[in-house]
Design a binder for this molecule. Sequence first.
Ligand code: SOE
Length: 387
Amino acid sequence: MANELRIGMIGYGFMGRAHSNAYKRLNDFFPVEHRPVLKAVAARDRGKVQSFADNWGYERVETDWRAVATADDVDLVDVCAPNHLHLDIVLAAAEAGKMLCCEKPLAMNVREAEAMVEAVEKAGVPNMVWYNYRRVPAISLAKQIVDEERIGQPFHYRATYLQDWTISTNVPQGGPGTWRLDIDVAGSGVTGDLLAHSIDTAMWLNGPIERVVARTRTFVKERVHAVTGKVQPVGIDDACMFLAEFANGSMGTFESSRYARGRKNYNTLELNGADGSVFFDLEDPEHLHFFEYTQKQSGKKVEDHLPGWRKIHVSNHEHPYMDMYWVPGTTIGYEHTFVNALADFVAGVESGNPTQPDFRCALQTQKVCDAALESARSGRWVDTGAE
Ligand code: SOE
């Protein structure tokens, strides 16, 4: 009989749903020993959290997150509450000896992130941050290609993350669904929300980012606050662009905006090296584009009269995660990136070989986010301190 992994969820928004789905699907696809049990979910609005619990099958609800973060019948605390609550929840749950899975970005800033790393490491509890895009099979395949040294010396990394849902001046800041526009709750705008994903993936594929120089822009300067009902200044960055220097000598460009009309969740990456390149676009998620410079295979007969990009349909059983799902040629979706992340986390707990990104790894991403925001304020290059 499988070991129970009793889940305490804090928050119930979009990510609460994505993670709950992962807990429910895990054992359907992955042969891990633990079986998640949806024990409790906490949020302030009893009516709404009860209907969330009824829908997803949580055994009980709480309106005070502490009652879940420290509950005796909870093994793993999942932090899906808005960013300004991450620190306190993590500190309380770590002290209570709970495993922690936290939504990204880990924290409001580096100072908070460092305290969270210290807390989980002192408590010795398994921990992970849900940078789910690493678990898109095509992105995992890109990582495999890099690890196989098929890219050669890297020169360029290029990331974009574009959306368009905040263009209207009628979108409020603050409150459920729009807290990402409230600086006091989110900590930053696109930098922490979208570029954090791009930075996590970039440093996974191409190593630490040492220095950045950034510009940010807030296009709509005032918005109604959904909680106070008043028109208030907007403190978040609506767009952020930065140049980066990686420790391996390559150069990077990162661009993010929530004002790119027509772009809903356009998350792309490209890495160019001496021997090859990879390109990925989340709007075409089952494909990885790969260019291999075949002339390097000196001594062998190579077909160098047929150069070109390969568009790999990442759906074969030998591709990352795909042997766990359907038959070759069929695809999986956004929700499975969370199932895959959870499967890696649980397998790491069971094997004693922790999965990444853990909190310490996510702290490095936080350092780059903070450095970009600092650079946008000062107009200067800023060392990130990321390892
Ligand atoms: C914001 O719109 C958002 O939901 C992010 O918070 C997620 O991390 C991203 O994956 C999709 O967009």
